[in-house]
Design a protein around this ligand. Structure first.
Ligand code: UDX
Length: 442
């Protein structure tokens, strides 16, 4: 099929490349010329494991092309995916200006009947507005079907999630559009759910809100574990054996970040507010998550007293491993708080430094070398569970730090391993290991 994807961001680019890989003829359009030029040269503007090889392969096969030209992108397309940004506004509502701008452009440019699929995460009811715009603006003789087709891609595993996702959700209001979407997706052999448009829009928000709720729940249980001397790793393991609970999204830590959970949970609160339905549970999920972000700096102050002038090694800038994305990363909250306390911060990250530096400038030092960050540090805070941190030999901490005090926001290490080293180790939902030098043990 001839597919066009509007938007070459984390969702749009993965969708375009993967549909090309699946054998479709794909055009991806974006308004940012420098991004399109980068993509035409086979380079992705963001890190996503496995994406670039597929990008280069499908570019060279002529299966995929990039453009800023609206006519080139929309006039011949059979299916158009809206994958433009829907960022959060200051009041927590969703900025739909890019969605509507793309919709108007498509309405004025199409030359054939087309299916327009909204892949971007949009509040319930948005696709009805998109339909109205097409009814008012499209050429009279053309037919435009609007479909809701939310995505469930996780950054860092988006290519895998595209081909091995748990389900495809299609919100559609007529059988012809439904059968075309089936033709498009059935070769992926992923369970396909066809439902009405509003339910499809809600499935996306409800899914992300539930995952965020699961994370805040396990974090609250972790906070309780610390007070009753239980161990959250054991608790989460025991809980997850129950198939009704499941093992995933029970990893206690300093809370969720990223471009989705924080934005989508606030958007759902807004949506509920608009229909005068106070969503108290979700408000608590957000509140718990924000408190979790500040846990480690508080604990550092309890351990070390005032942090003014103290050297902090911050390990991990990206909001999660295997991405260079720092949007709403917990590291940003930690850096802000450390600087407010007058601490001197050196941050380590393998790939997110450029994005972090663009956002926070030279108020901190940056390094892609963990040992460099740890050198002479009074304490270390782990904000992202990069493999490079998880597999760091533990003697590195006492070898390089002035004071081997490690506050681990992602429970990277087992307590048994830590106990073998002269490290003071604070983690989430588990007992603190004090700095007992082996020589002092007998
Ligand atoms: C999420 C949803 O998983 C995905 O389906 C949706 O399409 C987009 O939003 P993403 O935000 O990319 O994906 O990453 P995810 O792996 O879900 O992690 C989100 C945040 O939750 C990260 O900050 C991560 O550190 C945190 N997290 C995740 C936990 O704190 N504990 C967990 O057990 C899992």
């Amino acid at each position: 099929m001839k597919i066009t994807v509007a938007g070459a961001g984390n969702v749009g680019l993965v969708t375009a490349v993967c549909f090309a890989e699946a054998g479709h003829q794909v055009t991806c359009i974006d308004t940012q010329r420098e991004k399109i030029e980068m993509l035409e040269n086979g380079h992705s503007p963001f890190f996503e494991p496995g994406l670039e090889p597929l990008l280069e392969k499908n570019l060279s096969k002529g299966q995929l092309c990039f453009t800023t030209d609206q006519n080139h992108a929309y006039s011949e397309a059979e299916v158009i995916f809206l994958a433009v940004g829907t960022p959060e506004k200051r009041d927590g509502s969703v900025d739909l200006s890019y969605i509507y701008a793309a919709t108007y452009t498509i309405a004025h440019t199409i030359k054939n009947n087309v299916i327009v699929c909204t892949k971007s995460t949009v509040p319930v009811g948005t696709n009805d507005m998109i339909k109205q715009i097409f009814q008012q603006r499209k050429p009279r003789h053309l037919r435009v079907d609007v479909v809701s087709n939310p995505e469930f891609l996780r950054e860092g595993s988006a290519v895998m999630d595209f081909f091995l996702g748990d389900r495809i959700v299609i919100g559609v209001d007529n059988p012809e559009a439904a059968s075309i979407m089936e033709q498009l997706y059935l070769p992926l052999k992923i369970p396909l759910i066809q439902t009405d448009i509003r339910s499809a829009e809600m499935i996306k928000y409800a899914s992300n809100a539930f995952l965020a709720t699961k994370i805040s729940f396990i974090n609250e249980i972790a906070n309780l574990c610390e007070k009753v001397e239980a161990n959250i790793e054991e608790v989460a393991y025991g809980m997850g054996m129950d198939k009704r609970i499941g093992t995933s999204y029970l990893q206690a830590g300093i809370g969720y970040g990223g471009s989705c959970f924080p934005k989508d949970t606030k958007a759902l609160i807004q949506l509920a507010g608009n229909v005068r339905h106070p969503f108290e549970l979700l408000e608590s999920v957000i509140k718990v998550n924000q408190q979790q972000h500040s846990l480690l700096v508080k604990k550092a102050m309890e351990l070390l007293g005032p942090l003014k002038g103290k050297k902090a090694a911050l390990l991990g800038l990206a909001f999660k491993p295997e991405t260079d994305d720092i949007r709403d990363a917990v590291s940003l909250t930690i850096i802000k708080e450390l600087l407010e306390e007058g601490s001197i911060v050196t941050a380590y990250d393998p790939i997110a430094i450029t994005n972090a530096h663009n956002l926070i400038g030279n108020s901190i030092e940056y390094t892609t070398n963990i040992r460099q960050a740890l050198k002479g540090a009074d304490f270390a805070i782990i904000a992202t569970e990069w493999d490079q941190i998880k597999h760091l030999p533990l003697f590195t901490y006492p070898d390089y730090m002035k004071e081997p005090i490690v506050l681990d926001g992602r429970n990277c290490y087992s307590l048994k391993d830590i106990e073998q080293y002269p490290i003071t180790y604070v983690s989430i939902g588990r007992p603190t290991i004090t700095n007992v030098k082996p020589a002092e043990q007998h």
